[in-house]
Design a protein. Structure first.
Length: 289
């Protein structure tokens, strides 16, 4: 089961993507439900594109940590308003160093994966120099781009002790030690609402599957070691590739005439995706930092 507290714009699309990937979605937001839901194996996605369920987000992450489930955090539009910045990681990212910030989400629970576009990653990093390179405009990222995107994801991964996924024309992913870049995806992804949110859903789905598989395989050792069982770095890479490879295949279909038909075909390709297709079409490279 993939539990998703996500924004109102993409609830239906995210649920359909989850089903296409072979998992079961639930979109429950009430604070009172979170303890029981966290006992069900799988993964949790917290996406605050429309920040209306903060108490539910706080409780969901806390109970997911307690039950050792992976937590994927997608801070959609975090740089757009002061309320979003304070909800994610303190009040004023430019005036205070990140280590001194009081937070309502990232310091309440431990994220397994943080996924965002360059503007969102820059906002979480919280340095004025980086925000001159990359800025948020609503939920979009604007600016010249990071001079060194690999260093940006590596830095945030080390600070937050989690996997960091930065999406864009080239996707960068780091676990705090290694950085990889992915070069799949097509321009039409930018012409449909919620394509980035769909990536968050896919990452949560693959992380949940990796966790469940690891717990089944290592049942006797499941109470030892890391907070979350399973290779979350590989799972995050696979989640991003699932959407971008499916997009690359979808856009070549003769039925695709524009964004609407592309979205329909993208869901079909997610449903038809196989490990062999990801291996064949995935463009993955290690980055030296």
């Amino acid at each position: 089961m993939i539990h998703q507290i996500t924004n109102n714009v993409v609830i239906n699309q995210s649920a359909n993507a989850t089903l296409a990937l072979g998992a079961s979605p639930i979109m429950a937001t009430a604070k009172e439900e979170q303890e029981d839901l966290a006992k069900i194996p799988g993964g949790l996605l917290i996406n605050f594109g429309t920040v209306t369920d903060k108490e539910g987000m706080l409780a969901a992450g806390k109970w997911a940590n307690f039950n050792r489930k992976p937590v994927v955090f997608d801070p959609v539009g975090v740089g757009a308003t002061g309320f979003r910045r304070s909800t994610a990681k303190g009040d004023d990212l430019l005036e205070k160093p990140p280590c001194d910030l009081s937070s309502e989400l990232l310091d309440t629970w431990q994220a397994t994966v943080i996924k965002g576009n360059p503007g969102e990653i820059a906002s979480l990093l919280g340095t004025s120099e980086l925000r001159l390179e990359v800025q948020s405009r609503g939920v979009d990222s604007v600016g010249s781009g990071f001079a060194n995107p690999a260093e940006a994801v590596l830095t945030l991964a080390r600070r937050e002790r989690c996997i960091v996924v930065m999406t864009g024309a080239t996707d960068y992913i780091s676990n705090g030690q290694t950085v990889v870049k992915l070069n799949n995806g097509c321009e039409l992804l930018g012409n449909i609402t919620g394509s980035g949110c769909m990536v968050g859903t896919a990452v949560a789905t693959f992380c949940g599957a990796a966790s469940v598989d690891a717990l089944r395989t290592n049942a006797e050792d499941s109470k030892k070691g890391a907070l979350v069982e399973g290779d979350m770095f590989v799972a995050a890479i696979a989640g991003v590739l699932a959407v971008t490879v499916a997009a690359d295949i979808a856009v070549t279909n003769e039925r695709v005439k524009g964004p609407a038909s592309f979205l329909t075909q993208l869901l079909d390709e997610l449903y038809a995706l196989t490990p062999e297709k990801i291996v064949e079409f995935g463009k993955v490279a290690l980055v030296q930092v």
